[in-house]
Design a binder for this molecule. Structure first.
Ligand code: 3H9
Length: 698
């Protein structure tokens, strides 16, 4: 028998304990071990029941995702599930930690299920671009009814044990050692002569309006196909006999397994974890972190302070004047009110955080004890210089001095202090207590343990942290500047901002670039254009039509007018009629005859601009690996997760094809579309960005 399954005997009960750390994924060895274990129990004289449980921190986290895309290995999971359910012995699952995907599907094949109160169950396959493929779509609705099964499967959410009990997914919830309570429950069932109870033999769930459900789920998925496809599998459970329903589930599962979306989402799953795993930090201990200083209580500073408070850090926030300090305190309290409303904290915690854990001061001396301080003041080098000079004087030795700058030179900031090795960039995204991305910007002299501390802080705050080098805009904003420009060029050449926004949201972006610009504030882009004007290359095309709107004081959502017009109290906007005239005037001035664009061309140009700049960012070492770019765009810029990120998207398209398009665009504008050397190199060598993730550039 496989060493992944420990077999033991307790009276009439055989126990199969799964031992496949860290999360008992159902690898081939585990599947084989479970199959052999069932056979051994059935052949073991006197055994009347089998108890299945997991060792360590979980029952089973699901199929082994690392096996996806590889040749199938026997026994397959659906067959194993059928085999467990069909056993003549009474089968019980005792669940703790998580029982997800194939893990819950195994449990659904047991005849009874008992769970710890802290256990969580779920069928999260849609987040990997697939659907439950070992009977989950057929068995779950037989227990919960169709509507609840559709909700659970299409959201993939984790369901806590007490709710799972209410839904009929588990039969009992009981605190204790999973083996001890499992054995006691199994013995009780044996004593009662409880029948073997196969979910597959239970009546099918009543039907619902399947087409309407499918349409609603498809719309909500913004182009993601797995949740909607899962609806069709649950429909089969209600309309077909069990055996045929299983075949239909298999067919739909295999369809999804062969999609690019599955590849993109699995790429996202692994790299979301790999991104903070830096080989250079192996064995480097981060500095101790208990209290955090924040300089500046604007939206960003208050968001950072909120994130730190919610993660258990003491916070000292510095503002320039008492009145600003009071406003900052109100902002943080407002953010925490949101957490209170959503049930993330209770009233007592809210009171403690806003009174004891948070200090707001106008005196830098209050920072004397903090372990790390994050500056979030106005983006101006002279202001930063002054702040870092003061921090150098006020903070204790060993304190990490971080800047939240989104584009300024962190080397120059570090040089304002007597301790450049302690200086780092920690670039948060607004609202900082909500957005998942943190760029950890490493300057020339930043010490390794300071980098490790940046990553440790990101982990403590629940962020996805990405290492970035120093350049204007680091990884994310630098790439954004380029693909935003590509969109601006298309506007000058004839596409409307509204067609572009629509084409890109149809592609899967959370928002289009012009709606985003309105949300962020048009003054930001206006300021950047002015800042960059002196260094502008003579061949650079920079549309200025939107500056006319800014000059009139219209900055997007916050002023009610931008690319869109916003009515008070309404979330979305309607196209601003002034924009077409402003564009037409600029086209006329530049002698451009507008031409039509297809949505397909819009997406292709936008994505090619993104990939080309990203390849330069990796080639220059600003991002170490293509996966660092992918995770930056996914977690900070609303990039559709099911494409995995721009580099994964490019790999899926094929790098030679992407390069060919860039070269064809370069015929119109050689300066903007100059192909990245790294892209040319990989395309000519027949390699991919994915290859580079495995073997980064030296
Ligand atoms: C499925 O079941 C399909 C079936 O319906 C049909 C088949 C026919 N496989 O997240 P963590 C690794 S699809 C392989 O850091 P946490 C993970 O990569 C599956 N590896 O810990 C990491 O490795 P490393 C449906 C897996 O405590 C390590 O375990 N199931 C798997 O924050 C620790 O993970 C899911 O989608 C796996 N299934 O969270 C569940 N799962 O240390 C996916 C984890 O080298 N998993 N690893 O970086 C999760 O949601 C979380 O990992 C979990 C633990 C909640 C389990």
């Amino acid at each position: 028998m496989s060493d992944k399954i420990a077999y033991s005997r307790h009276g009439d009960i055989a126990v199969l304990r799964i031992q496949n750390p860290p999360v008992n994924a159902l690898s081939q060895a585990v599947r084989q071990g479970l199959s052999d274990g069932m056979a051994r129990a059935e052949a073991d004289d006197g055994v009347r029941a089998v108890l299945i449980l997991g060792d360590g921190r979980a029952f089973i986290a699901g199929a082994d995702i690392t096996e996806f895309g590889k040749p199938p290995m026997e026994p397959n999971l659906p067959d194993l599930c059928t085999r467990i359910e069909a056993s003549p012995l009474l089968v019980v699952a005792s669940m703790h930690g998580v029982s997800l995907g194939g893990g819950l599907e195994v449990a659904l094949c047991a005849h009874y299920r008992i769970a710890q109160p802290s256990a969580r169950v779920g069928l999260p396959e849609v987040h990997l671009g697939i659907l439950p493929g070992a009977g989950g779509t057929q068995r779950l609705p037989r227990l919960t009814g169709a509507e609840k099964a559709v909700e659970a499967i299409t959201t993939g959410r984790h369901i806590k044990a007490p709710e799972a009990l209410e839904m009929g997914i588990v039969d009992r919830v009981e605190e204790g050692d999973p083996e001890a309570v499992g054995l006691a429950y199994t013995q009780e069932l044996l004593d009662q002569n409880a029948p073997r109870r196969s979910v597959s033999e239970m009546p099918a769930a009543e039907g619902i309006d399947w087409d309407a459900t499918y349409d609603a789920v498809l719309k909500k998925g913004r182009g993601q196909i797995s949740p909607a496809t899962a609806v069709r599998a649950v429909q089969a459970a209600s309309e077909l006999p069990f055996a045929q329903g299983i075949l239909r589930e298999r067919e739909l599962f295999m369809e999804l397994m062969n999609t690019d979306q599955r590849k993109g989402m699995i790429h996202a799953f692994f790299n979301e974890r790999a991104v903070s795993n830096l080989p250079e930090l192996k064995g480097v201990e981060p500095r101790a972190l208990q209290s955090i200083g924040v300089i500046g209580g604007g939206t960003m500073g208050a968001g950072i302070a909120t994130a730190a408070l919610l993660s258990g850090f003491g916070v000292v926030l510095i503002e320039m004047k008492d009145e600003f300090a009071a406003t900052a305190r109100d902002r943080i309290a407002g953010n925490l009110q949101g957490a209170l409303k959503r049930g993330k904290i209770n009233q007592a915690k809210y009171d403690a955080l806003t009174t004891q854990t948070l200090t707001v001061s106008t005196n830098y001396d209050s920072l004397s004890d903090v372990d790390l301080v994050i500056e979030a003041v106005f983006e101006d080098m002279s202001v930063k210089r002054e702040v870092f000079g003061k921090l150098d004087a006020a903070c204790k030795s060993g304190c990490v001095l971080a800047s939240n700058t989104s584009y300024l030179d962190v080397n120059e900031i570090a040089a304002c202090t007597s301790r450049p090795a302690d200086v780092i960039g920690l670039h948060f995204f607004s609202p900082a207590h909500v957005m998942k991305l943190l760029e950890v910007v490493v300057a020339d002299q930043t010490a390794p343990d300071v980098v490790a501390t940046g990553f440790a802080l990101g982990k403590a705050l629940g962020k996805v942290s990405v290492r970035a080098g120093v350049c204007d805009g680091f990884i994310g904003n630098r790439i954004l500047a380029t693909y935003r420009t590509a969109a601006d060029h298309m506007v000058l050449d004839g596409a409307t901002p509204y067609q572009i926004d629509k084409a890109l949201t149809d592609f899967g972006f959370a928002m289009g670039p012009f709606a985003v610009a309105d949300l962020a504030g048009l003054d930001i882009g206006w300021m950047t254009r002015k800042r960059k004007a002196p260094d502008r290359h003579p061949q650079e095309r920079v549309p200025t039509y939107i500056d006319r709107l800014c000059e009139q004081g219209h900055f997007g959502q916050k002023t009610g007018e931008g690319y869109y017009v916003y009515e008070k109290g309404k979330r979305g906007g309607t196209p601003n009629p002034k924009i077409a005239d402003l564009i037409a005037a600029e086209q006329q001035e530049l002698g451009i005859t507008p031409r039509p664009f297809t949505d397909q061309e819009i997406v292709r140009r936008y994505m090619c601009a993104m990939v080309n700049e990203a390849a330069k960012v990796v080639g220059e070492g600003i991002a170490r690996r293509p996966l660092d770019v992918d995770m930056t765009l996914l977690f900070g810029y609303g990039f559709p997760r099911y494409w995995g990120g721009p580099m994964k998207w490019a790999d899926i398209q094929g790098l030679p094809a992407v390069l060919a398009d860039i070269e064809s665009y370069a015929k119109e504008d050689a300066w903007f579309w100059e192909p990245a050397p790294l892209l040319k190199q990989l395309a000519s060598e027949g390699r991919t960005f994915g290859d580079l993730n495995k073997e980064p550039l030296k």
